[in-house]
Design a protein around this ligand. Structure first.
Ligand SMILES: CC(C)(COP(=O)(O)OP(=O)(O)OC[C@H]1O[C@@H](n2cnc3c(N)ncnc32)[C@H](O)[C@@H]1OP(=O)(O)O)[C@@H](O)C(=O)NCCC(=O)NCCS
Length: 325
């Protein structure tokens, strides 16, 4: 797919370091070997050095040039634990808890990212989404001016002529208008960095420009106002129905003069139910390819993998992280 090829090529130019904490998983070892060999990213693996080298030999792959850090015995381990403790002590975490938590590869990997030793972190091949997000929230935190972590899924048409960002489809069940505004701003930036297109953001609803009155519509109108105040540079409009957002003729009729109607490439759903069902409908019925979820709103790029992920998926998401870093 051209978009993924472009993302990989851009990653090579950006020459970023990605920490892959789940080195006990063969798919991670294979992906790290390819990332290094093809120059897509410089991987760091977390785990026991002897064990990882043996795994690579058994798999017949080279880890030449790949950095491996074993949390146990790592010279900065105490500093990592102290940092975790200072971030979480207000929540009742003790230094002993922090030392125990830092042995967990996903939390350790997030700290490698936080300390600036890597540009991105990718986990989830063998870790639940909840734990990947928790490590990210506890250690990395949210970006300045953003309080909400959410996700973007890219939907690519079979002819590859259109790429839409759909959000949020995986994290925030029932966003408030402020959270919806955060989701819109974060998704616009993800779209710009990954798809390399100017984002044109539609705040979706079952109403277009007052055609229906309901508190759910008011939430979307309020979110649109907040985004316009916070980011007057963004091309955004709402509330819009889906057809008014992406079909030019409908957009002209239902929202004349809108800079977004009929042209939107970033679709912000009013809640997780609509977003999750909407992306799966598009994927299954139209044959669009879905890429993601890309986690956004964090202060540094960290992403989740599906536990059923392939080596190719790990390489693609690593390349996306390099574009976000
Ligand atoms: C994200 C998730 C792990 C947070 O769970 P949680 O129980 O609130 O986690 P914690 O209590 O450890 O909270 C971490 C902190 O982040 C905050 N937080 C939770 N969700 C957040 C979000 N989306 N954005 C920003 N902050 C968030 C919490 O309020 C908490 O803040 P605090 O430490 O100041 O109290 C949880 O909502 C989750 O598992 N979501 C499901 C995701 C999923 O499975 N999606 C489907 C597959 S992709």
């Amino acid at each position: 797919m051209k978009l993924l090829d472009d993302i990989r090529e851009q990653a090579k130019i950006r020459n970023k370091t990605i920490v892959l904490p789940e080195a006990h998983d063969d798919r991670i070892i294979k992906a790290a070997s390819i990332l290094q060999k093809e120059g897509i990213a410089r991987p760091i693996l977390i785990g026991k050095i002897d064990q990882i080298e043996k795994q690579a030999t058994d798999l017949n792959v080279s880890l030449d040039g790949v950095k491996i850090i074993d949390p146990e015995g790592y010279e900065r381990f105490s500093e990592f634990a102290e940092t975790y403790y200072s971030k979480r002590k207000k929540k009742g975490v003790t230094l002993q808890d922090a030392e125990r938590i830092m042995v967990n590869p996903t939390f350790f990997g997030a700290m490698v990212l936080e300390k600036g030793l890597a540009d991105g972190c990718l986990s989830g091949a063998d870790t639940s989404t909840g734990n990947v997000l928790r490590a990210a929230l506890h250690i990395i935190g949210t970006a300045p001016d953003i309080k909400t972590v959410s996700s973007d899924i890219l939907l690519i048409t079979p002819d590859e002529k259109n790429v839409w960002s759909f959000a949020d489809c995986a994290v925030m069940p029932d966003p408030s208008s402020e959270q919806l505004a955060d989701i819109a701003i974060a998704t616009a930036e993800t779209h710009r960095k990954v798809v390399k297109e100017e984002p044109i953001v539609a705040m979706l609803s079952f109403s277009t420009k007052g055609s229906a009155k309901h508190p759910l519509v008011d939430k979307v109108i309020e979110a649109t106002k907040i985004v316009k105040q916070k980011r007057p540079d963004l091309k955004i409009d709402g509330e819009l129905q889906l057809d008014a957002a992406i079909v030019e003729k409908v957009g002209e009729k239902k929202a004349p003069g809108s800079p977004v109607a009929g042209k939107a490439n970033v679709l912000i759903f009013p809640g997780l139910e609509a977003g999750n069902i909407g992306y799966k409908l598009t994927q299954r019925i139209s044959g669009c390819e879905a890429i993601g979820p890309i986690i956004q709103g964090l202060n540094k790029p960290m992403n989740d993998l599906s536990r059923g992920c392939s080596v190719e998926d790990i390489i693609n998401v690593s390349a996306i992280l390099c574009n976000l870093a």
